[in-house]
Structures are given as C-alpha cells and as structure tokens.
Design a protein around this ligand. Structure first.
Ligand code: CA
Length: 261
C-alpha cells in the first residue's frame, strides 16, 4: 500500500524478486526542476489518484514529462495523439483492462515500451506474455524509485542505436537483431554486405543515399570499394529479392528504399 501522512510517504517494495524493505521517509520530490522533460514523455494510465499523483511526482523529478489518463479509451487516444516514449499501464481500469491498450498498440505495429502496474501477482505472467509484448511490470504496492529505474531502463533500451525492430516493406521483413531476411515468409540468404546495404536503406525509407555514403555506412569505410561496388551489390539484391526489392535508383545521385504510404 502507498501510505501517506504527516508529509511523508512510506512505500514497500512489492516485487517478489526484490527483497522487501522500506524506503526512507521524507519529503516527496517536488517539481523543483520545473519543466525539465528532456527524458521524454511518459503516458500514465491509472485510475487511482493516490498512485498516479505519486508516480507523476517521481517521474517529473527524474526529468520525464508526464501525461495522465484514467481509462482505456482515453489512454489509447493519448498514445496516438502524444506518441509517448513509454506507456505505464494499470491493469484494472474503469472501462476495461490496461492490457487492451497494449494489445491495440502492438496490433497497430506500435512497439513503444509498455510497463504494467499490476495489483495481483497472478497477473504478471499474463501481461508479460508474448501475445501482449509488454516490456516490464511492477506489482502494487511498488516503490516509486524502482518504477523510475525501470522506466529509465526501457527508455534506454528502446533508444539504443540498434533496436530489435523489424524493418518491413511489403512482404520483405529484415530483422537486424537476428540478421535474417524473409520475403513472403521465406528465408532469403544475403551476404553480410548485402544485408548491411539493405539495412541502411530500409532504416530510412525515402531517404536518398549517395554511393559514398552507402559505402561508408554499409561497408564501414569508403575505402573498401568504389561506387561501382555499390551498384554491383544493389544488382545482387534485386536479383535475390526480385519484384519485392524495395531499392530504387535515384538517377545521378544513388539509391533509396521506397517509402510506402
Ligand atoms: Ca486501477
């Protein structure tokens, strides 16, 4: 339970894998650094004012912007409108389950990190299930400091230079994490250089790269080849991927991966 009184807060760790203990009591962090929201916006969907107020204070003090909603419907609308860096979802909400917000996001291809706040241990397995694709969870009662640490971790993970995100163009799926490419669901084997080249292009659909830039990005150093090297590898990609190849020639400049509407 989050207990308040006498200007102090006493919060107990609620995670089984962490030793139970009490946080030091003392004044709540206030928004001294008034509007330092440089770490990104956290959308908090939580209907218990005591909890959401506490979470807001701690996240604000840690440099996050915080937007509060209290229902599934408003939470989903805010996800689409505000594009938060992290979504913190209570499971039990007045108009449904927080899991519905996460499920809708994932179905729409939105892999913004999601942390669940659950009231019961038996919810943990469900929210962390593959179907939902949540990133982490805390159980009530929780330590706000622990929560802030977890929010920081998922933000750091999601903004790492190489994320687990699969790059997709039509029926072409390129997975940088596993270094695999599938076309219409079938594995397509590329050389390291071909893979690097396609990854560079597909990471920024619509962006035009000149050959020198592609050499530097895909080969690691421009000295490894000439502009002709790039042309040869693009031709190989087109031969392997056929009509599915997303690489377009930009006459007089270089190449780009097509941008789909
Ligand atoms: Ca609730």
């Amino acid at each position: 339970m989050v207990a308040t009184g006498g200007g102090s807060v006493s919060v107990v760790f609620g995670l089984r894998k962490h030793a139970a203990g009490r946080l030091p009591t003392g004044p709540w962090p206030t928004s001294v650094r008034a509007v330092d929201t440089s770490r990104g916006l956290v959308l908090v969907v939580e209907d218990e004012p005591t909890i959401s107020d506490l979470v807001r204070r701690y996240l604000t003090a840690a440099g996050f912007g915080v937007h509060l909603e209290t229902t599934v419907a408003d939470g989903l609308a805010a996800v689409r409108r505000l594009r938060p860096a992290v979504v913190l979802l209570d499971v039990g909400l007045p108009d449904g389950e927080g899991t519905e917000v996460c499920r809708s996001m994932r179905a729409a291809g939105d892999w913004t990190p999601v942390l669940f706040v659950t009231a019961r241990d038996d919810e943990v397995e469900r929210v962390l299930g593959l179907e939902l694709g949540a990133d982490d969870y805390v159980t009530k009662p929780f330590s706000p400091r622990e929560l802030v640490a977890r929010v920081r971790t998922v933000v750091r993970r999601s903004t790492a230079p190489t994320g687990p995100k699969v790059l997709r163009d039509g029926s072409v799926d390129l997975d940088p994490a596993s270094r695999t490419l599938t076309v219409e669901g079938r594995a397509c084997h590329l050389t390291t250089t071909e893979f690097n080249l396609l990854e560079v292009l597909m990471t920024s659909p619509g962006k035009v790269f000149d050959r020198a830039e592609l050499l530097a990005r895909a080969w690691g150093h421009a000295d490894y080849g000439t502009s002709r090297t790039v042309d040869v590898h693009v031709a190989q990609l087109r031969a392997k991927l056929g009509e599915h190849c997303p690489v377009e020639t930009v006459r007089g400049i270089g190449y780009r991966a097509r941008r789909r509407p």
